[in-house]
Design a binder for this molecule. Structure first.
Ligand code: FES
Length: 153
């Protein structure tokens, strides 16, 4: 487990970036630093961000799964219009360095839509979709989402 002071320092650094996605960004930075994203860690983050620790724990589990990704596990990044309008590019610009540091960039694929348009920007790992607006995790296992992205469609 990371020390409380270390967690608080990472959260405060992320908040200083004036990001709309402090939970995801904090968790990814902590993960990059080798922290264990356990319940105690999520409680500290929740206290500093005034965010429900149970919801943070769900995003933390998603980040843990992300870091276990292998070639068979693709991270879908919605590039469609609603997510773009909701800040998908800003989200991506902030997490791309974290993805690279975690060795995950090559597993990312763009996708047309993940069916959670109003609550995006969205990133999906299998049936679990990260919703940027609420920084929550939503489950949706409709198989058509797994189709490859066609740039010309
Ligand atoms: S536009 Fe991104 S989920 Fe629909």
């Amino acid at each position: 487990m990371a020390e409380t002071a270390e967690i608080v320092e990472v959260v405060e650094t992320v908040v200083g970036l004036d990001t709309r996605f402090p939970v995801l960004l904090t968790l990814m930075r902590l993960k990059r630093n080798g922290a264990i994203l356990d319940r105690a860690c999520c409680q500290v983050i929740g206290r500093v961000l005034d965010h429900d620790p149970t919801e943070i724990q769900k995003v933390a589990s998603w980040v843990d799964e992300l870091c276990l990704s292998s070639e068979g596990t693709i991270i879908h990044r919605c590039v469609s219009i609603s997510c773009t309008g909701n800040g998908a590019q800003a989200l991506w610009a902030q997490i791309e360095p974290e993805m690279e540091a975690l060795g995950l960039s090559s597993f990312v694929q763009p996708v047309h839509c993940l069916t959670c348009c109003e609550t995006g920007p969205c990133l999906a790992l299998g049936p679990k979709i990260y919703l940027g607006e609420s920084e929550g995790i939503h489950h949706d296992d409709r198989p058509w989402r797994e189709e490859p992205f066609d740039q010309d469609a």
